[in-house]
Design a binder for this molecule. Structure first.
Ligand code: ZN
Length: 570
């Protein structure tokens, strides 16, 4: 390939809106261009990288026994209504309609479509296990697309689905996908941490996310510095405090006036106390009823945990009108004492260990002091509801502390069970002739996001430094004097020899100054460059230089291919 005939419009400056390295460098290197917020075109170099990533995934999916299919982007409304996700899927999918006003959504995920597909053809246990996957465009109606390819409206994803007769079969299929993921990320030289997670809109269990630790990531994960327990922010468990306290002493609640004190800090200032002695009472609407969630004043409630505990997707904060109606007080003065009986009280574990607490009085401008937990009010249950924080004691080993890290999610695996197969009649006969819904697993990889994650993991001040498995070309041959016939002949011969040896090479024969060629090669990030310059013309020697560590070797033309291979492999 000749750079003079190629299309990679590099930029010296990145546009101002590009805030993270991968976004800046992919724009500057001429890999991608924006069409609209969160929507990108892939240029030839970018597409080559994307295809490399896809091919590694295809090879490992194939080796794990998964078969490739290609499913539609347009999903009929009726199908999503059968699983109950037409209204509940978050974020709300993009929707469209045809000339007959039939409504479709643009697939954000394909559980419904794949389950409907196999439901039509699978009838017997003899036809499973079966794992199908596709590499397909997905759509998410992101509120705020950002971070280049990291959070977008339209992206490429690999999604796989396994179908088994029973749980043991699912365990096996799940493990095969898990192991394939480990190999994929190893081959792509993408260092990942596997964390425990919640399945969210998908439903399921044994959810694991594959995370690349990176400052540009949008996710927060926690890793214990002692036992290695790792989990995302949605489910990370800090240690519960030591046991319940007895509350026999004390005189019980006393009313205190707290005019206009609507925040924790304002209450503390007026009552001369500290946030850890307060209980925050947060009122939610869930499945038609009200839930009061209690959390210590110095903590944050984790809504994922509350949603998971209540087993509902339908959880919203009560409106000011609802708070007034249920508690009799405006926002900021809710408390657990004297709430109507139909309000379910759920308290974080730490509440149980509190001595007397300050709570809202369910009256305007008033709080209660000296409230005894379990005496003056009785929560239905104590559960882990608080958001983990950096430095919290670890909930798994209780010896270490949880360290917070920013991360990019690049893959996830989880066990779906029979949620979709039961709803969509994906049922087969077992060996006894009994009808069984198929037991499913679901496995995703963000293919285009991996391109960004690779750049985040492999770059420096001068540009990208692709791993050889994902590089658009493995070797750039820089011809410094393209007008001189003798060096040009050596360069063309070298490119042909590299290609014959199975390496992908691009010949930079553009009529540009040498400095431009060196800068572009560093920016684009070819793992190896070969320089054909004055030295080559005089002595026939070629200079080979690795992008990653600047290791350099000067070799004769006939040694160049062998040395290039060795340098790329090491
Ligand atoms: Zn630990």
């Amino acid at each position: 390939m000749k750079a003079s005939q190629y299309y990679f419009p590099t930029l010296r400056q990145a546009p101002a809106e590009a805030e993270i390295p991968s976004h800046r460098l992919l724009l500057r290197g001429g890999f991608i261009r924006p069409l609209s917020a969160g929507i990108f075109s892939f240029l030839p170099l970018g597409l080559r990288v994307l295809r490399k990533v896809e091919n590694v995934i295809r090879e490992e999916m194939g080796a794990a026994g998964a078969l490739e299919v290609f499913l539609p982007v347009l999903h009929p409304r009726e199908l999503w209504e059968r699983t109950g996700r037409w209204d509940s899927f978050q974020p709300t999918p993009l929707r469209t309609q045809d000339r007959n006003e039939r409504v479709f959504l643009l697939g954000p995920t394909h559980e419904e479509v794949i389950t409907d597909l196999v439901a039509r053809d699978l009838t017997s246990y003899k036809q499973v296990p079966l794992t199908l996957y596709q590499i397909q465009t997905k759509f998410r109606d992101e509120i705020r697309p950002r971070g280049g390819l990291i959070r977008v409206k339209e992206f490429t994803m690999k999604d796989a689905y396994s179908f088994d007769l029973n749980r043991e079969g699912l365990d096996h299929s799940y493990q095969a996908m898990y192991d394939a993921y480990v190999r994929i990320f190893q081959r792509l030289e993408l260092p990942v941490v596997v964390v425990e997670a919640e399945a969210g809109s998908m439903g399921g269990h044994d959810t694991r996310e594959f995370m690349v630790l990176n400052e540009s990531g949008e996710d927060t994960i926690f890793i214990c510095d002692t036992c290695g327990y790792s989990a995302n922010v949605e489910c990370a468990q800090p240690a519960a405090p030591p046991g319940a306290r007895s509350h026999d002493s004390g005189d019980g609640p006393q009313l205190a006036q707290t005019p206009n004190a609507r925040t924790i800090d304002q209450v503390c200032a007026q009552l001369k106390t500290t946030p850890d002695r307060l209980i925050k009472t947060l009122l939610y609407r869930a499945d038609g009823g009200f839930v009061a969630a209690l959390i210590r004043g110095d903590r944050d409630l984790n809504e994922f945990k509350l949603r998971g505990y209540l087993g509902t997707e339908q959880l919203t904060m009560a409106t000011p009108e609802e708070i007034l109606q249920v508690t009799g007080a405006p926002v900021g003065f809710s408390g657990p004492v004297g709430l109507p009986e139909e309000v379910r009280i759920v308290a974080d574990c730490e509440i149980q260990a509190m001595a007397e607490a300050v709570v809202g009085a369910n009256r305007a401008d008033a709080h209660l002091l000296g409230v005894r937990v379990g005496v003056d009010f009785q929560p239905a249950e104590y559960v882990d509801l608080r958001e983990a924080r950096h430095g919290d004691p670890c909930g798994k080993c209780s010896r270490g502390t949880l360290q917070a890290h920013r991360a990019i999610e690049v893959g996830h695996v989880f066990k779906l069970g029979t949620k979709y197969s039961a709803a969509l009649d994906a049922i087969v006969d077992d060996e006894q002739g009994q009808q069984q819904p198929l037991v499913m697993g679901c496995y995703g990889i963000g293919v285009s996001r991996i391109v960004a994650a690779l750049v985040e993991a492999h770059h420096d001040d001068n540009g990208i430094s692709w791993p050889a498995t994902a590089a658009p070309f493995q070797v750039a041959v820089l011809l410094l004097d393209p007008d001189q016939p003798e060096p040009r002949a050596i360069a063309e011969k070298l490119v042909a020899a590299l290609e014959a040896a199975g390496l992908e090479a691009i010949l930079d024969d553009r009529a540009e100054r040498p400095g431009v060629k060196f800068k572009d090669a560093d920016l684009i990030g070819y793992p190896l460059r070969a320089v054909i310059g004055r030295r080559t013309a005089e002595s026939g020697e070629i200079e080979l230089r690795r992008r990653r560590d600047a290791q350099e070797q000067v070799v004769s033309a006939d040694q160049a291919v062998g040395t290039a291979r060795a340098m790329l492999a090491s």
